[in-house]
Write a protein that binds this ligand. Structure first.
Ligand SMILES: C[S@@+](CC[C@H](N)C(=O)[O-])C[C@H]1O[C@@H](n2cnc3c(N)ncnc32)[C@H](O)[C@@H]1O
Length: 187
């Protein structure tokens, strides 16, 4: 089955986990990965899905040991693993990524997690872990779809990003379903 159909079915079956029917579009995926430094030592992806963003990230991944992807949905992670057989994927919740790093620090974290449907404690712990494990100057990219920007959970996430990181830039991508605000945060 093609990635977008697989994703669509998984989203229908698990709406509160996957949160959207559509994979991240090409332009949004590109913006999320453009900010990842070239020659990054370690890149972590959170909420891999069927690998829409992983596909863009491949331009930045120079070797299989440089990438770690986490995804909560076992069907989706199985699909991603078949699609990118050399990369390391883990079926676990995002906030647990440090335990798979074997003490390594991270140059960049790219997330398409559905922040506004996740438990508040998991969101806070994930952001905390991202900040703690990034190298100084390391990059964290993520997004919120525009219709959730002003919800309580959307606002909380934006405040967390502002409070935790030393710089925060954003840009709205309109040709995404739904349109999305991309955030690029630096430690
Ligand atoms: C909006 S989709 C993005 C999927 C894909 N990366 C893309 O860009 O099309 C969010 C993904 O995060 C996964 N997810 C939700 N909660 C998670 C968690 N706590 N830890 C890891 N993955 C999670 C969902 O199963 C889903 O695949």
């Amino acid at each position: 089955m093609r990635p977008f159909l697989h994703f669509f079915w998984a989203a229908l079956k698990n709406p509160l986990q996957v949160s959207t029917l559509f994979q991240t579009g090409k332009n949004a995926s590109q913006l999320l990965t453009d900010a990842v430094p070239d020659h990054s030592k370690m890149i972590v992806e959170l909420g891999v899905g069927t690998g829409a963003i992983t596909q863009s990230l491949m331009a930045k991944v120079e070797g299989p040991d440089q990438y770690l992807g986490l995804e909560l949905n076992s069907e989706l992670i199985g699909f991603a693993q078949e699609r990118f057989p050399t990369l390391k994927f883990i079926n676990d919740s995002a906030e647990n990524f440090p335990k798979y790093l074997k003490g390594q620090k991270v140059s960049a974290v790219v997330s398409s997690l559905p922040w506004t449907v996740m438990p508040q404690a998991v969101v806070a712990k994930t952001i905390e872990s991202v900040h703690e494990h990034l190298i100084p100057g390391g990059v964290f990219t993520t997004y919120l779809t525009v219709h959730v920007l002003k919800t309580p959970a959307g606002r909380r996430l934006q405040h967390l990003l502002q409070d935790k990181f030393s710089s925060l830039e954003s840009k709205v991508v309109f040709d995404n379903l739904p349109p999305a605000k991309i955030f690029v945060a630096k430690k």
